[in-house]
Design a protein around this ligand. Structure first.
Ligand code: SF4
Length: 433
């Protein structure tokens, strides 16, 4: 049985091909850690140490924690840590992590708001009544207040502070609330806390029983969608720059290979030559189309001026034929509706109405009908490979823009899985370990 996580569910919803690479094909890729994830993981470890030591009655000073952070950074930094945004150096990232620790420490000292029950707590739990659909996750810290309220804490090192509405709609910690419900008998009230440590801000939210029931249903439905998925399309976005599967992704593999070649060698690459030749041919085609349009207008003007319908050239003749063109009102206009009403009233509709291929394709793509109907419709569909080519600039305008804006729920709960597989870290794990 597949055990899902918030990260794997998000991956399917947002980056289907990456989901396939990571969770189905389990593609082996060179070790990759974004610097944002590296910072986030170190900050998490330091805050974990803070609370683990508190359980033994030891309160580390801020300076002690910053020394631990520096030692971890120096020991654990490897060449596989990737800095995507070259405007910043590793020292800048180091300082940003230290600042996160300082802000958290100063805001929460003396750390007695609640009693910590555990840090980095792994959970595996069923999201449905029958226990068919299982989820896993890792809670940064679970705590209980004197009034019996349980707290689920999550540390975020994101560069953006999301609005409260994002916390109120976040899926990850709400799923963890479902996960801890069976752990202790007295779990009645639960609060969800997101510590945006870069800002020294904590967002808090809670869920009603009804919201949790709806979340269970939505999660089961998403899992069923994953399990019935046949196609996993690539979706190009800014997050591709943090994707560890970029080197095997069909959108990027040739782009990356060419980028690594010296200029002279890249010109000998078959793909580069074909792309250049095709782009040049398309440019010529467009220029010819433009020239033909221009000539057409001049020929019509000349023919009208001369009252002639045939122009004699030295090697060809061009005929100019002008006829009345008949058309009917376009879709979605009141005239069109009038026409359709008229045809129906006169019993002529079936003689002239035709199936719309485009509408049928839209029904299939949007799954707009009940499943049984879609299956019956799908049985009529004729499928064959269709390939299109599109020419774009050699570098996207946005390709060098590397600012990543994570969402409140975009966190890494695959920590066990990622470590076990020796894999990289999700872009959505950015800054959150
Ligand atoms: S590089 Fe982009 S499109 Fe390709 S798998 Fe990764 S996220 Fe998806």
């Amino acid at each position: 049985m597949t055990i899902y996580s918030h990260s794997s569910l998000s991956s399917f919803s947002n980056y289907q091909l990456k989901y396939r690479f990571k969770y189905i094909d389990r593609v082996k890729i060179p070790e990759f850690t974004s610097v944002e994830a590296f910072v986030g993981q170190r900050v998490h470890k330091v805050l974990q140490k803070l609370y683990d030591d508190l359980a033994f009655g030891k309160l580390n000073s801020l300076d002690e924690l910053l020394l631990v952070y520096r030692a971890m950074w120096e020991q654990e930094w490897t060449p596989s840590v990737k800095i995507v945004n070259s405007s910043y150096s590793s020292s800048d990232y180091f300082r940003s992590g230290a600042e996160c620790i300082r802000k958290f420490y100063e805001k929460n000292r003396p750390f007695q708001q609640s009693q910590t029950l555990g840090t980095e707590q792994s959970l595996v739990f069923a999201v449905d009544e029958g226990g068919k659909h299982q989820l896993r996750g890792v809670i940064d810290r679970i705590a209980r207040r004197d009034d019996g309220t349980y707290e689920i804490h999550d540390y975020k090192t994101s560069k953006r502070l999301p609005p409260q509405s994002a916390a109120d709609n976040d899926r990850q910690l709400a799923l963890y609330q479902i996960g801890i419900a069976g752990r202790w008998n007295d779990v009645q009230r639960v609060e969800l806390h997101w510590h945006y440590v870069r800002f020294g801000v904590t967002l808090r939210s809670s869920r009603t029983a009804e919201q949790l029931t709806q979340l269970r249903a939505r999660t089961v439905s998403l899992i069923e969608q994953i399990e019935s998925a046949k196609q996993f399309e690539p979706h190009k976005s800014q997050l591709c720059h943090w994707c560890e599967y970029k080197c095997v992704c069909p959108l990027w593999k040739h782009v990356l290979r060419v980028a690594l070649l010296p200029a002279a060698e890249s010109m000998a690459d078959d793909g580069v030559r074909l792309a250049d030749e095709y782009a040049e041919a398309k440019r010529e085609e467009n220029a010819i189309k433009e020239r033909i349009e221009n000539l057409r207008a001049r020929i019509i003007a000349f023919a009208q001026q001369e009252s002639a319908t045939v122009l004699q050239g030295s090697a060809a003749r061009v005929s100019v034929n002008t006829r009345e063109k008949i058309s009917f009102p376009a879709q979605d206009t009141s005239q069109r509706k009038g026409l359709e009403d008229f045809l129906r009233q006169e019993g002529k509709w079936d003689q002239v109405a035709a199936l719309s291929n485009a509408k049928l394709l839209r029904v299939l793509a949007e799954e707009a009908w009940p499943l049984t109907l879609l299956e019956k419709l799908g049985a009529f569909a004729l499928r064959e490979p269709s390939t299109t080519l599109r020419v774009t600039a050699a570098h996207d305008a946005n390709e060098d823009s590397t600012e990543y804006v994570p969402s409140v729920g975009a966190q890494g709960d695959d920590r066990i899985e990622a470590r076990g597989a020796g894999g990289g870290v999700d872009p959505e794990d950015e800054g959150d370990g």
